[in-house]
Write a protein that binds this ligand. Structure first.
Ligand code: KG4
Ligand code: ZN
Length: 328
């Protein structure tokens, strides 16, 4: 390589993600590999079982690593830096990837970067553009609905977040109550194509607020009531998706205007949603989305955040720093 090869590991929840990113001498980045093992052992529990998640990570991480090396056509000795998610997430699950990454960095004698999961989600979009601050970043996933202002590299100011459920969580719950299957986001999106977005008159949550907060639990209840009143699953999906997207777009665009930001990064699992993408693309903002496979949890986004840390000249972490997983 002329540049550096950065390994990224994410085991924060129920996906074992390993990615490899090449950081060229001119500062540009390219994803060389992105392998994710999505756990299915939780299917019968109605939620992620932390102990099962940790065990699965332990059992799978070597194979996922091998696949990533094969995909990139490289060897372990080609890796020049390691980044692994240190939080937030399930502590037992996080520790698997964190310790795997630290062990590798120690063994190879290369720098190690403990990485924040949300920083990874934001940098997932860095493969699409050079991502120069200042910009706003909306992270919408199953665990987060967070709007950050990023005035400069490495600085994150929380502008607004959800008061209750995350957007992805609401997609999952609406899918479940309407019997649309799992995972909920893609199922709602698919059913919505056949439904009428005006069929169920949902109100945009927190309409008229001065701040930039989000709320999805009221919508979830309204969806349940509409379902009991006999709304068709497709109509429910279309109406829910329309109002959820409207809420995310309106609040983010208002924040961007108020803060004078022209660029918005939209990332996290829900950023894979087509209706959301179309709606954001129609705004006056320069909206950047992560590429395919980089929206939901993965290792490449952690490698991209690691590459950004290297490029910004941030100090690497000693093996004692960030030695334990944290959950801010
Ligand atoms: O980022 P992610 O993989 O995991 C977390 O960190 O939470 O996000 C998963 C979430 C799930 O709630 C899933 O239903 C949602 O992202 N999601 C979607 C779509 N694809 C995934 N939501 C709406 N539309 C989609 N196409
Ligand atoms: Zn995530």
């Amino acid at each position: 390589f002329s540049g550096q090869l950065v390994l990224g590991i994410d085991t924060s929840c129920d996906d074992t993600g390993v990615g490899l990113v090449e950081l060229a001498a001119d500062g540009s980045v390219s994803v060389r590999a992105n392998r994710v093992w999505s756990q299915t052992v939780h299917a019968n529990y109605g939620g992620v079982m932390p102990e099962l998640a940790s065990r699965e990570h332990v059992e799978r991480i070597d194979a996922v690593m091998d696949d990533a090396l094969k995909e990139a056509g490289v060897r372990v000795s080609d890796i020049s830096a390691v980044a692994a998610t240190s939080g937030p997430g399930l502590v037992g699950a996080l520790l698997v990837g964190l310790m795997y990454g630290k062990g590798l960095a120690q063994g190879l004698g290369i720098p190690f970067y403990a990485t924040h999961h949300l920083e990874g989600h934001i940098y997932a979009a860095a493969s699409e553009s050079s991502l120069q601050p200042p910009y706003l970043a909306l992270v919408v996933s199953g665990g987060h609905t967070h709007l950050f202002d990023v005035p400069q590299t490495g600085e994150y100011v929380l502008v607004g977040a959800t008061r209750d459920d995350a957007a992805g969580e609401a997609f999952d719950k609406v899918a479940r109550l309407a019997g649309l299957g799992y995972p909920g986001g893609p199922a709602v999106s698919e059913a919505a194509k056949r439904g009428d977005p005006k069929a169920v008159p949902f109100k945009v949550p927190l309409a008229g607020q001065k701040g930039y907060e989000f709320s999805f639990s009221g919508l979830k209840t309204a969806a349940l009531l509409a379902h009991r009143a006999g709304a068709k699953p497709e109509d429910l999906a279309a109406s829910f998706q329309a109002v959820a997207v409207k809420s995310l777009v309106q609040t983010s665009v208002r924040a961007a205007r108020d803060l004078g930001r022209r660029t918005l990064v939209v990332s996290g699992g829900v950023a894979a949603n087509t209706a959301l993408r179309e709606s954001f693309a129609a705004t006056e903002l320069n909206v950047i989305f992560p590429g395919k496979g980089l929206n939901t949890d993965n290792g490449a986004m952690i490698a991209l955040a690691g590459a950004a840390a290297i490029r910004a000249g941030r100090a690497a972490h000693g093996l004692e720093d960030g030695a334990t997983a944290y959950a801010p």
